[in-house]
Each structure stands twice: as structure tokens, then as C-alpha cells.
Design a protein. Structure first.
Lengths: 452, 484
């Protein structure tokens, strides 16, 4: 009865895998380096061959609201107040993806990506064992080591360390957080703040002040080294982002001139430019941060890895359904992802959206959801086998849930990341083992990326 | 204008790269003479058991650092027994809970009717309305709470500096988020009535006070959890963050049992009680938490459970680890944590006794146990050096700096609170942004020349070469001022 369902494209593959059950069990249980089943794609290898942006949703987003298992009667039984209505073509229902899943309507900006085959997802991935602490689970996912509580380098920093050593230049860029664990480690990274302050040079713009500060921070201690490095990268970031803003405003003003005629005087022109740049097209929040990330990584081609995060997903109470707090958050996320895709469209570019765990399949007593286990990981990129989902999905029947309450994590999140790192950078076995120590290749996810 | 800016920036960048190329030129300054032993100890004590020395405390602490530090504990405890000296313009945060609740409800009603009445075609009208009337009640309350924290962390005449420090520590340990709608107007009341009076008292009294306050009940959804449908949020964080710590042996079953024990713990805002135990919403069946049976004893069940958790050895260890990381070193030795935990257990969680053990430890004074200031440390110490908050601009600029630096006041969304280690806060570009704030603030600050006693010769000499009006800002932006 509760046999595994899977997306139609994968049925044949799955059957052949079942037929080779003994072999796949063998390959899953054996030690790491030798069992990376899929051959490393030929051609360019290493960070130069692609770019990766990780968007981390802190607080455990409700994947069952993002990718709605609308054909599953249990979904509606478990969530009498917060389920997203099955697709019927109207605005207040989910948007049909296939015969199993539909998209939350707030994510509609992403529907074209699905239709063009560049957005796919793994519906039930997660940590190897349940861990319902946000902070513990986030940390483990950022250092890609289970049970790790003492300090370890982040896996994006491990990935950055694979870049050809080039004195002082960073391969990874983080937007928003002071020093996220995922970027922690020995490889140099660049970190810029959220929002418009990333565009400001501040007191460094003044030659005398800047010189005095650099003199004060001339020592060889950690703080002084950090200051000197920060002064250089900040000047560069702010300059590039300001130039980008100026260009956008000028372009917008050009458009309005075509339509409205020449402004009467310089003041009117300035006003027009301001009006144009303050219009609906001017992004805020995650979308602005995504734009900053895109601009800086476009200008500095040595930057191959990007990191963004968004909070506010811990919807224990009144999470809402088609509208409400979760829908608002999903809408902002969709705008951010759509913005990212405008800059990350090259063949080797991949965007990953992930969260520390999923939420309970059933709603709780306060029209929200509590901490769960498995959750959907999203993948966006031209090489992603998108327009479909991947891996195992066993529905929401009680007997198929983890501890009778949560989605299971059918796939270790590191197995998904391994596919991503190979798909984007064609990393070899040893490199994958360096970045994701202890991870095992999961053949059931082969096919997540198109063959290069 | 934009074009000119771009050109300037480009040339500035080129100049910067050139001057970065020659670190050897400054090598002689790195061997700068350190301040005297007592000055270093005084800097450490005043910066950690407060935020920065003042001219008066600098002198007293330098004369006898250890004795001074121990005195601070008693002085802070005495201050915690007295009402907070909240300036009249901020007194709203300490109004009776019923008054705060009324303001909150009035705000909701006004907003609701505005939404119905305001024609959507006139966005300007809505903007104008938003600047007057009861609908900005929560915002004002949140701003007043933040203003009080800044004033109290930077002016010893207003608040004992160690009490301000302990208030920061325990607020962070029992964090609530000002951005969550109904929590917003109650944050200041929580600071003044839950955290401050218990900051050097017994840990279990502090914990219980937080459990019963609307800010916490609303923040972690306990107010909505009941026998018809439980919400695990508060129960989980109470064990994971407030007491035992993650991986300390409790299970998902324990989380459910604790949530059941706490069913019926809710808020009553309309009558001004704040906390209410609703008997009919309480799960009256038996529960087993961490192997201990809890019968149906109504509200005392939850009180017992909270005190039980507060007294567990795992809690002593977790709280001691956090205190040692906050006051001594990012990675404190286990020997120190053991000693603090033993004191915690032996004194039934007397925070004052634990703090005494901490200040008496050799680790607190050890030169190798460096701490880097968090953005909040930096802001409060800069304000202190300038003689405290003097005008509204100080508050506005400081709150803006904190938000941009990633440590907005009362603004950490999740219950784990801010991290306080250098690994989190020592980030290159962020460090340069501290200079922006320091120089802006220092435009209104006389030169805090008493700080020179704590600075290296290199820093003093370099700053002395600058014109007088630049010196205060550079002092606050100097590397010496980044350490505590």
C-alpha cells in the first residue's frame, strides 16, 4: 500500500535500481572515496567551472507549504486550518507542478523556472538523524558534520579552499550575517552587510581619515590584519555597488525620457531619476542582497561561492495558508531567488535553498507547526534536471512518517550537496571528501544534474 | 554629482592599495609599549564588568583592580534591589502591565479602523496618519526600551555598570524578540521587571519570572498552548537554551511532557495581571519529565518543573559555561567552568556567588584570555567614553549602527540570543564600519584623554599627530578600543 511513489521520469530508473538492490546497498555502505558511483564529468574541473549560491532559511521553513503534496489526502487531514488548497487554476490555490506536488501561490515568480526545467527539488532530505534544535542542526549543516559541536570549518569555506591559492583574494562572498559558520575557516572570504549600507564607503572616503586609521591598524595582530583587509574590500564593494545603482537609475531615467519627453531643467531631471530609481523596480530586503551578491560576483570572477540567509521561518503559531506570515516570507524569498537567477544563469551556476529541518506534518494546537525532520531542498540551475523532483517520497501516511509525526529524511543533505558540488564544479572524490567529510554518495539522486 | 563621486572613489581605492603594499614601514609601531600591568587589569575589569572605564572608575580600578572588581558585584546587587532610575520620558516601559496592554489594544483597534477607512488611492494620507495617534504605541515602547538600554549601559550615574552588563547577559540568555508583534510593547517591562531585579539573585527566581512574563509567554507561544492542542516551542527552548542545554539527555518525549505540564500557562492582558494560570486549559493527566512524575497540581506543577530544571547539574554547567564565555574567554577552560558550576550548585544558583568565583579566578585576569568587543560592547563603551547619552541623535545613531552591524537592540529573532565571540564579530568590513560610528559619535564628544593611560604608545603617538578635533573619533576607532 505505502509503496514508494516517485516522479514519473524516475520510475524506470528506480525500478532498475531496485533490481540491483544488493549492489546499491553495497555501494551505500562501503567507505567513501571509492564508491562515488557517478563518473566525474570530463572537461573543466574545479571552482572555475561553475558558481554556487547557498540560500539558508534559518528557523526551519515549512516545506509542505512550499511544495504542497496536494494529491495526498493525509495532507489535508493533518492540516485542517493551514493546508494550501489543491490547484484549481484560481489565485487562492496551489500552482500545479505535477501529479504529486503543487507550488505555494506566493512562490509564483518561480513557476517559470520550473516550466523551463531549471528548478528542481528533493522533497525529503535532511540530517542523518533527527535533531530538533534549530541551532545545533544549523551548525551541523554548516560544518557538514553530524554531532559536531566544537568549532570546525564551514563546508563553503572548505569549498573555497579548493580555489587556486591567490594571495589575498577571496573565492566566497557572504551577504548579511556577521560571520556565518558555513563560511568560517582558513580560506579568505568576503562579507558585506545587508541592505544599502553595503554601498557606502563611510569614513574611508576621506583620505586623511583613512590614512590615520590604516596607520593605527598597521600591526600584525589579527584585528589589524582584519581592518586592513576590510578597508580594501569595502572600498571595492561600495564602489562597484554604487556604480551599479547609478547605472540602473540612469537606465530607468532614459526610459522615462523616451516616454515623457525631455525634462525642463536639471532639477526636474534629478527628480525624474530619483522617482525612477525609487519605483517598484528598486529592490529591498533579500532581493537587494541578492542583487548585491550578483553584482559583486559578476565583477570579481574569482568569487565562485555566495551565501545568503533569511530568517522568520519558525512558524509555531498562526503560520497562515495562502495568505499570512509564511506566505509573506515565501513571497520575499521568491523575489530573492528570481533576482539571483538573473545573475546566475551560466551553465555551471547552481542555487541551493536549504533549511535545518522540516516541520511537523500535522498542524499543532495553535495553527502552526512544530519542529520536524525531513524537508525539501531546492536546486536551481541550467544543469539541474529541473521541472521535476528527485529522490524518494513516501507521502504522509502515519506509518511512513518519522516517529509518526515528521517527514522522514530519505536523503542525507550532504548527499544532495555532493551532487551539487559535482554538478557545478566537477569535483573529484578526494575533493568531495575534503569538503563534506563522511558523506556518502547516494545513487538514488543520480540524475539530479544533466550530463555535462 | 554621482560621476564625481565615482572618480574620487576610484582614486581613493588606488591610493589605498598603494599604502597597503608596505606593512614593513609600520613594523616599528607594532613593538609599541603596552600600558602598565595595573592599567591593563583595570581596563579589563571596567570593560567586562561594565562597558568602559569612566575617569572616576579608571582611577579606582587602577589603584586596586581586584578589590574594585569585587566591590562592583556588591554594588550591582544593591542596585538591583532598588528601582531603576528610568528617565521620565521613558517611564512608559515600566507602566503597569494593564496600561501597556490597553495601549496595545488601542493601537490594534486604531490600525484596524484605519485600514478600513483609508482609501487605497491615497497613500500619502496613510503616511500622514501613521505619524500621529495611538497606532505608534508599540513602536514608541520599543524605542523607549532600546533607549533605556543605551542610557543605562553608558552612564554610571543612571545605572550601575555591572548591573547593566548582567542585564545584557540574562536578557540574551532568556532572549525575546522585539519584532514579534504582541511582544513588542512588553520588552522594556521585561528588562526592568524580570531581568534587572533578578540579575544577581537566584537563577531559578529569574527563570520563573521570565516564564510568567507576557513577553516570554507570547514570544515562545506558551500563551497559546493548552490541553486541546499543545505548542512545544517554549517547553523545548526552556530545556535546550534556558536550562539543560542541547544533547544533555532529554528526549522529544520530555519536550512533550514539559509542554503538557505547562498547559494553561497563559497571559491575561485585559485585567492587567500579565500571567494567568487557566485551570480549564491545563492537562490534568499524569506526566513524567526526565524520569520524575508530575501529578495534577495545577500551576505548581509548572513551577516545580521549572525549579527542578534550574537545579539540575546540566543547568549549572550550561549557565557557568555561558558566563565564563561572556566574561572571561571565548573558549573558557573546563577547570574554570567546573569551579563555577560547583559554586552554582553549592549555592542553589546564587548568581552573585558565581560572579564572585568568576572574578576571583586567575582565568579572569589572565592576559591570554582576550575578548573582542561585540557591536553592543563597542557602542556602549564609546557612549561611556563620551559621558553617556546626551541627545536623541546619540540614540538614533547607535541603534542604526547596531542594526547594521547585525546586533540590533532586542532584535535577535531566535531564542538562542546573540553570540558574543570574536569568531562571530571580528569581520574585516564590519570592523571598518565601527570607525564610521565612532567618528560620527565623536563629533559631539570631547577628547576622552583619560583613555590614553590604557592605550599603546604607538596608538597614542599616532593620534597625537592629528588635529584636536579628530582625536576623539580616532581614539574610539583605534584597535586598542576594540578589546575588552
Amino acid at each position: 500500500m505505502n509503496s514508494n511513489r516517485s516522479s514519473s521520469a524516475h520510475l524506470i530508473h528506480r525500478r532498475s535500481l531496485l533490481g540491483l538492490g544488493a549492489l546499491s546497498a553495497l555501494s551505500l555502505s562501503a567507505g567513501m572515496p571509492r564508491v562515488w558511483a557517478q563518473a566525474v564529468p570530463s572537461g573543466r574541473q574545479g571552482l572555475d567551472s561553475g558558481r554556487l549560491v547557498v540560500v539558508f532559511l534559518r528557523g526551519a521553513y515549512d516545506g509542505l507549504s512550499a511544495f504542497v503534496p496536494y494529491a495526498d489526502g493525509d495532507y489535508y487531514a493533518l492540516r485542517p486550518n493551514i493546508a494550501i488548497a489543491a490547484p484549481d487554476g484560481t489565485a487562492q490555490t496551489a500552482l500545479k507542478l505535477d501529479k504529486t506536488f503543487a507550488l505555494h501561490p506566493a512562490l509564483s515568480p518561480l513557476l517559470p523556472l520550473w516550466q523551463r526545467g531549471v528548478l528542481g527539488f528533493v522533497p525529503a532530505a535532511g540530517l542523518p538523524t533527527p535533531n530538533r534544535s534549530h541551532f545545533d542542526a544549523q551548525y551541523q549543516m554548516e560544518v557538514a558534520q553530524s554531532g559536531k559541536t566544537s568549532s570546525a570549518p564551514g563546508w563553503l569555506n572548505n569549498t573555497a579552499a579548493l580555489a587556486k591559492a591567490d594571495a589575498g583574494s577571496a573565492a566566497a562572498l557572504g551577504v548579511g550575517e556577521a560571520n556565518p559558520a558555513i563560511l568560517g575557516g582558513h580560506a579568505a572570504v568576503r562579507l558585506i552587510p545587508r541592505g544599502q549600507s553595503a554601498e557606502r564607503t563611510g569614513v574611508l572616503a576621506n583620505d586623511k581619515t583613512r590614512q590615520a586609521l590604516l596607520d593605527l591598524y598597521a600591526g600584525d595582530d589579527k584585528i589589524s590584519e582584519a581592518f586592513r583587509q576590510g578597508a580594501g574590500s569595502r572600498m571595492q564593494s561600495a564602489q562597484e555597488l554604487t556604480m551599479q545603482r547609478t547605472q540602473r537609475a540612469a537606465m530607468a531615467a532614459d526610459k522615462s525620457l523616451d516616454r515623457d519627453g525631455t525634462p525642463a531643467n536639471p532639477q526636474a531631471q534629478t527628480a525624474q531619476m530619483v522617482a525612477a530609481s525609487n519605483g517598484a523596480a528598486d529592490p529591498v530586503g533579500l532581493q537587494l542582497d541578492a542583487q548585491h551578491l550578483g553584482t559583486l560576483m559578476r565583477n570579481d570572477r574569482k568569487l565562485r561561492l555566495g551565501f545568503l540567509s533569511a530568517g522568520g521561518w519558525d512558524t509555531h503559531a498562526n503560520q497562515g495558508a495562502v495568505n499570512g506570515q509564511l506566505a509573506n516570507n515565501l513571497g520575499n524569498l521568491a523575489n530573492g531567488i528570481a533576482q539571483l537567477r538573473q545573475d546566475f544563469f551560466e551553465p555551471g551556476d547552481v542555487i541551493v535553498v536549504m533549511s535545518e529541518f522540516g516541520r511537523t506534518s500535522a498542524e499543532n494546537g495553535t495553527r502552526g507547526t512544530d519542529h520536524g525532520f525531513g524537508n525539501a531542498m531546492w536546486l536551481i540551475g541550467s544543469r539541474v534536471a529541473g521541472g521535476r523532483w528527485h529522490g524518494q517520497w513516501t507521502g504522509l501516511a502515519r506509518g511512513n512518517l518519522n516517529e509518526g509525526r515528521d517527514l522522514p529524511a530519505h536523503h542525507d543533505y550532504r548527499a544532495v550537496l555532493a551532487q551539487v558540488l559535482r554538478g557545478a564544479f566537477a569535483l573529484g572524490d578526494t575533493q568531495l571528501a575534503d569538503v563534506l567529510p563522511g558523506a556518502k554518495w547516494d545513487k538514488r539522486l543520480d540524475g539530479l544534474f544533466l550530463k555535462a | 554629482m554621482p560621476l564625481a563621486t565615482v572618480v574620487t572613489r576610484a582614486s581613493v581605492l588606488a591610493a589605498l592599495l598603494v599604502c597597503q603594499a608596505g606593512p614593513a614601514a609600520y613594523a616599528q609601531q607594532a613593538d609599541a609599549a603596552p600600558p602598565s600591568v595595573n592599567a591593563a587589569a583595570a581596563w579589563r575589569a571596567a570593560s567586562r564588568l561594565g562597558y568602559a572605564p569612566t575617569p572616576a572608575s579608571a582611577q579606582a580600578a587602577e589603584a586596586a583592580p581586584r578589590a574594585w572588581a569585587l566591590q562592583q558585584i556588591d554594588a550591582a546587587y544593591a542596585a538591583s534591589r532598588r528601582p531603576a532610575a528610568i528617565p521620565a520620558e521613558l517611564a512608559g516601559i515600566n507602566a503597569p502591565l494593564g496600561d501597556i496592554a490597553r495601549g496595545f489594544y488601542a493601537e490594534r483597534e486604531t490600525r484596524k479602523s484605519q485600514r478600513q477607512e483609508t482609501p487605497k488611492t491615497k497613500p500619502g494620507a496613510a503616511m500622514a496618519d501613521a505619524n500621529a495617534g495611538p497606532e505608534k504605541f508599540s513602536r514608541d515602547m520599543a524605542q523607549s526600551a532600546a533607549a533605556w538600554r543605551l542610557m543605562s549601559c553608558s552612564d554610571p550615574a543612571l545605572e550601575n555598570p555591572l548591573l547593566a552588563r548582567m542585564t545584557e547577559f540574562w536578557f540574551n540568555h532568556l532572549n525575546v524578540f522585539v519584532g514579534k508583534g504582541p511582544v513588542r510593547p512588553f520588552v522594556g517591562h521585561y528588562v526592568v521587571n524580570v531581568i534587572r531585579p533578578n540579575a544577581l539573585g537566584r537563577f531559578e527566581d529569574l527563570l520563573l519570572a521570565s516564564a510568567r512574563h507576557p513577553a516570554m509567554l507570547l514570544y515562545l507561544d506558551q500563551a497559546q498552548s493548552n490541553n486541546r492542542g499543545i505548542n512545544e516551542n517554549y517547553a523545548r527552548e526552556l530545556m535546550e537554551l534556558h536550562t539543560l542545554g542541547v544533547n544533555s539527555g532529554y528526549t522529544q518525549k520530555d519536550v512533550r511532557e514539559l509542554a503538557r505540564i505547562l498547559t494553561g500557562w497563559t497571559v491575561n492582558l485585559k485585567d492587567g495581571e500579565g500571567f494567568r494560570f487557566a485551570e480549564r486549559l491545563h492537562d490534568k493527566d499524569g506526566k513524567v519529565l526526565l524520569g520524575r512524575t508530575f501529578g495534577s497540581e495545577g500551576v505548581s506543577e509548572g513551577e516545580e518543573a521549572i525549579r527542578y530544571l534550574a537545579r539540575r547539574p546540566e543547568t549549572a554547567r550550561r549557565v557557568s559555561t555561558r558566563l565564563a564565555s561572556f566574561f572571561v574567554a571565548d573558549k573558557p577552560s573546563s577547570a574554570l567552568v567546573d569551579r563555577l558550576a560547583a559554586t552554582f550548585t553549592a549555592t542553589q544558583g546564587d548568581i552573585r556567588a558565581v560572579m564572585r568565583a568568576l572574578v576571583e579566578s586567575p582565568e579572569f585576569w589572565a592576559k591570554d584570555n582576550q575578548l573582542f568587543k561585540t557591536p553592543l560592547d563597542f557602542a556602549c563603551s564609546a557612549l561611556t567614553a563620551g559621558g553617556g547619552v546626551k541627545e536623541r541623535r546619540d540614540i538614533v545613531q547607535t541603534l542604526g549602527f547596531l542594526a547594521q552591524a547585525g546586533q540590533p537592540m532586542h532584535g535577535w529573532q531566535t531564542p538562542d540570543g546573540y553570540k558574543t565571540d570574536a569568531g562571530t564579530w571580528l569581520a574585516p568590513e564590519a570592523l571598518t564600519r565601527r570607525a564610521d560610528y565612532a567618528l560620527a559619535l565623536a563629533q559631539r564628544t570631547p577628547e576622552p584623554s583619560y583613555l590614553n593611560a590604557f592605550f599603546s604608545t604607538a596608538t597614542r603617538e599616532r593620534i597625537a599627530r592629528e588635529p584636536a578635533q579628530s582625536r576623539a573619533g580616532l581614539m574610539l576607532a583605534s584597535p586598542d578600543f576594540m578589546r575588552k
